[in-house]
Write a protein that binds this ligand. Structure first.
Ligand code: PMP
Length: 456
């Protein structure tokens, strides 16, 4: 029989991978996990500094989730929510999310992934505006460096070249406005507040140029994740919301990364004073143990959709596995654990260890900016700190540092030359310190190499 690595090369088409390089490097096969650690085939231990893909909030080996999944598998391994059918985990999960999320008079639609929840949001927005007799009000505005998924429509919302180049995206009706990264895009002498005002004015100009009667919605992650962990500048969302309100443009908050404690509040919307019309959650909803997502819509969004479905005969959208009883039961248990263990309180307690540690690394010659809040952060690596000059992308500095960190026993992710940190929310202070120590070694080694190569 072939080894897993051999079978991988022969059979598996990897997502988000350089498919030319992959056969050279081979796969990194992870075999098990416990707490904030995972282990590879050789038994080597790693601290998972990105909680998998920002999702494994409770860490690995949470027995309660395994037990609940097994029990639900035995009781009712499948049922659906189409044509008025219901099952207890799906209904109770909707009830719990309705109570938790800052969306008024809400209804909860269940799906399987972040992309599906956002894709569903787009379809609901279009359906609703048809119902309201304004079929021309369909354009959706997203932001450069946003990440909202990879389906045809959500991959269009995503504002990263790698997701669009070669895929013939974005599709029509999807527009992008500027990224709220003050350190990178703020002009000389411009305050954070002035930068936020400029971004809001740009949004207003775009809406006016397109025609307010053609613009339906604005999508935003409270903290941009895959775009490099961008924390918005002071006052940004307040100013953006004022513009959206003025032109009757819905606000969709994508809380797929920020939901359930990551920013030090239950939702990123709470942290930044965002009052969304629609909100999407996934990842931490089940601590990543099973695929599930939710779209939470306000009563105002729901009512016209409801009326239209009556006229057409059905709301013609749904996913076979949307709200599947097993992931729904696991999600419900996850929410229970968050409450019992006061996950938000824990994040607030340990966040300073991560945030101060990242800020301390700002002294390092490779680090241009340290940013973040709660248990999410990033270090931006630059060739020149004073001028903020980026490295030549060919040097792949971010990827190089991340590879070295991996050798030292920390798994992280580079987005260009920004290295992201988002460990499981249950991480303790000592492990955060160890993670940062290991990362520091990688940074020093990479620096040594870059100096030797004359790149810095
Ligand atoms: N929105 C955000 C903010 C995300 O970070 C992601 C995934 N990284 C998605 C949507 C898409 O989720 P999925 O990969 O589950 O489709």
């Amino acid at each position: 029989m072939s080894t897993v690595a051999e079978a991988d090369l022969a059979a598996l088409f990897h997502p988000y991978t350089n498919l030319v390089k992959h056969p050279e490097t081979g796969p990194m096969v992870i075999t098990r996990g416990q707490g904030v650690r995972v282990y590879d085939e050789a038994g080597k231990e790693y601290i998972e500094g990105l909680a998998g893909l920002w999702c494994t909030t409770l860490g690995w080996g949470e027995e309660r989730l395994a037990e609940v999944a097994a029990a639900q598998m035995r009781e009712l391994p499948f049922y659906h929510l189409f044509s008025s059918k219901a099952h207890t985990p799906g209904v109770r999960l909707a009830e719990a999310l309705k109570a938790l999320a800052p969306v008024s008079d809400s209804k909860v639609f269940l799906a399987c992934s972040g992309s599906e929840a956002n894709d569903t949001a787009i379809k609901m927005i279009w359906y609703r505006n048809n119902a309201l007799g304004r079929p021309q009000k369909k354009k959706i505005i997203s932001r450069e460096r946003a990440y909202h998924g990879v389906t045809v429509a959500t991959g269009s919302l995503t504002g990263l070249p790698v997701n669009q180049r070669g895929f013939d995206l974005p599709i029509e009706r999807i527009l992008h406005t500027g990224c709220p990264h003050y350190w990178r895009y703020g002009e000389k002498g411009e305050s954070e507040e002035q930068f936020a005002t400029r971004r809001a004015e740009e949004l207003e100009k775009l809406i006016l140029a397109e025609g307010p009667d053609t613009v339906a919605a604005f999508f935003a992650e409270p903290v941009m994740g895959a775009g490099g962990v961008i924390v918005p500048p002071k006052g940004y969302f307040e100013k953006i919301q004022a513009v959206l309100k003025k032109y009757d443009v819905l606000l969709v908050a994508d809380e797929v990364i920020t939901g359930f404690g990551r920013t030090g509040n239950m939702f990123g919307c709470d942290t930044f004073g965002i009052r969304p019309d629609m909100m999407t959650v996934a990842k931490a909803l089940s601590s990543g143990y099973l695929p599930i997502s939710a779209l939470i819509v306000s009563g105002e969004v729901f009512e016209p959709i409801k009326a239209q479905s009556g006229e057409i005969g059905s709301f013609g959208h749904g996913l076979t596995y949307g709200g599947h009883p097993v992931p729904a039961a696991v999600a419900l248990e996850t929410l229970k654990i968050y409450a019992e263990r006061d996950i938000v309180g824990h994040v607030r307690k340990v966040a300073p260890v991560l945030q101060d540690g990242l800020r301390a690394l700002q002294q390092h010659p490779l680090v241009g900016e340290a940013r973040g809040l709660g248990l999410i952060g990033a270090l931006e690596l630059v060739a020149d700190k004073d001028t903020k000059t980026a490295f030549d992308p060919k040097l792949a500095v971010g990827a190089r540092v991340v590879a070295k960190a991996q050798a030292h026993g920390v798994i992280l992710r580079a987005m260009g030359d920004a290295v992201a940190f988002a460990p499981p929310l249950v991480i303790e202070a000592d492990d955060i310190r160890l993670l940062l120590e290991r990362f520091r070694l990688a940074l020093d080694e990479a620096h040594g190499e870059l100096v030797a190569a004359g790149a810095v």
